[in-house]
Design a binder for this molecule. Structure first.
Ligand SMILES: Nc1ncnc2c1ncn2[C@@H]1O[C@H](COP(=O)(O)OP(=O)(O)OP(=O)(O)O)[C@@H](O)[C@H]1O
Ligand SMILES: [Mg+2]
Length: 253
C-alpha cells in the first residue's frame, strides 16, 4: 500500500511577501531514499526544512497548507518541536560537529532528550551509532579526541551518527557531500544505502549523478514548485515534463 511517511498538501511557504514554495504536494515513502533536485534557489532546502519545522527559526516565514508526518499534522500548535526534531533528524551541508570529544558529540543529544543516564547504556548507544555509520573500528580507541580533529568525511559520518543515536524515523540531509571529495562522497552514498533499511531518507542535492546513483525516488523542483516526482529511473530516462527534461539534460541550472 502506498502509505506516505511525509505528506504535504497544498503547501505554500512565504519569506515575507516572497512565495518560496507554491502548492507543493509530495508523498515520501518509508525506507526509501528520496532526492530533491533542481536549480539553485528553487526551494529545495526550504522544503526539506519544512519537514522538521526548521523554517520556524527564520523570521517572517508563513506556512499554508498541511504537512503530515505519519499522518500527524506537524503544523499544529500542539506539536512539540523538540520531539519532532528528534523524530525527523537533520544533517547539514558542512559537518557541524561540536567542539567537544567524539564521545560527547554523541552524548549531547541523549542528554538533551533525557534518553538515558546510565554510563553503560550511553556507551552502548555510542558504540551502536558509530558502528552504524562505519566509524567504530577506526575511532573506538580515541573517543576522547576532539571531533574537529577528524577528516571532513568522518565528521559528516559523526553528524549522521549524532542524528541516528536519537532513533529518528526520518533523516533529512541537505547537500551532505558538498564539502567532500569524490571518494568520500561515494562512501557517504554507500552509507545512505545501508541506512535506508532502518530509516526514511530525504536528500537535497545539486548533483544529478548523486541523485541518480543513490535515490529511489526523485522530486524535481523549479521556482518553488514541485514539477515532477517519480521513480528515479523514470525521472532520468523518461521525464514527463519538458522542464525536467531540460534540467536533467543540463540545458539550465
Ligand atoms: N531566510 C530567507 N529569507 C528570504 N528569502 C529566502 C530565505 N531563505 C531562502 N530564501 C529564498 O527562497 C528561495 C528558495 O531558497 P532555498 O534556499 O530553499 O533554495 P535551494 O533550492 O535550497 O537553493 P540552493 O540550491 O542554492 O541551496 C530562494 O529564492 C531564496 O533566495
Ligand atoms: Mg539549499
Amino acid at each position: 500500500m502506498d502509505k506516505a511517511v511525509i505528506e504535504t498538501i497544498r503547501l505554500n511557504l512565504y519569506y515575507g511577501d516572497f512565495l518560496a514554495l507554491e502548492e507543493v504536494n509530495i508523498r515520501i515513502h518509508r525506507h526509501r531514499i528520496t532526492a530533491i533536485i533542481g536549480p539553485s534557489g528553487c526551494g529545495k532546502s526550504t522544503l526539506l526544512r519544512c519537514f522538521n519545522r526548521m523554517n520556524d527559526l527564520v523570521e517572517s516565514t508563513k506556512v499554508e497548507g498541511q504537512i503530515l508526518i505519519e499522518g500527524e499534522d506537524i503544523l499544529s500548535d500542539k506539536m512539540d518541536l523538540i520531539s519532532l526534531r528528534k523524530k525527523v533528524g537533520m544533517v547539514f551541508q558542512r559537518p557541524n560537529v561540536f567542539n567537544l570529544s567524539i564521545y560527547d558529540n554523541l552524548r549531547f543529544g541523549l542528554r538533551i532528550h533525557r534518553m538515558m543516564s546510565e554510563k553503560k547504556k550511553i556507551d552502548e548507544a555510542v558504540q551502536n551509532a558509530l558502528e552504524h555509520v562505519g566509524l567504530w573500528d577506526e575511532l573506538k580507541d580515541r573517543l576522547k579526541k576532539n571531533a574537529r580533529t577528524l577528516s571532513l568525511e568522518q565528521q559528516q559520518r559523526l553528524c549522521i551518527a549524532r542524528v541516528i543515536i536519537l532513533k529518528p524515523d526520518i533523516v533529512l540531509l541537505d547537500e551532505p557531500c558538498s564539502t567532500l571529495d569524490p571518494v568520500s562522497t561515494l562512501k557517504i552514498e554507500e552509507l545512505l544505502r545501508i541506512l535506508k533499511r532502518d530509516y526514511t531518507i530525504v536528500i537535497v542535492t545539486h548533483n544529478m549523478q548523486q541523485a541518480a546513483r543513490v535515490s529511489d525516488e526523485t522530486a524535481f523542483m523549479h521556482l518553488g514548485k514541485l514539477i515532477e516526482f517519480a521513480g528515479t529511473a523514470e525521472i532520468f530516462s523518461n521525464p514527463k515534463e519538458k522542464l525536467t527534461e531540460n534540467y536533467i539534460s543540463g540545458r539550465f541550472g
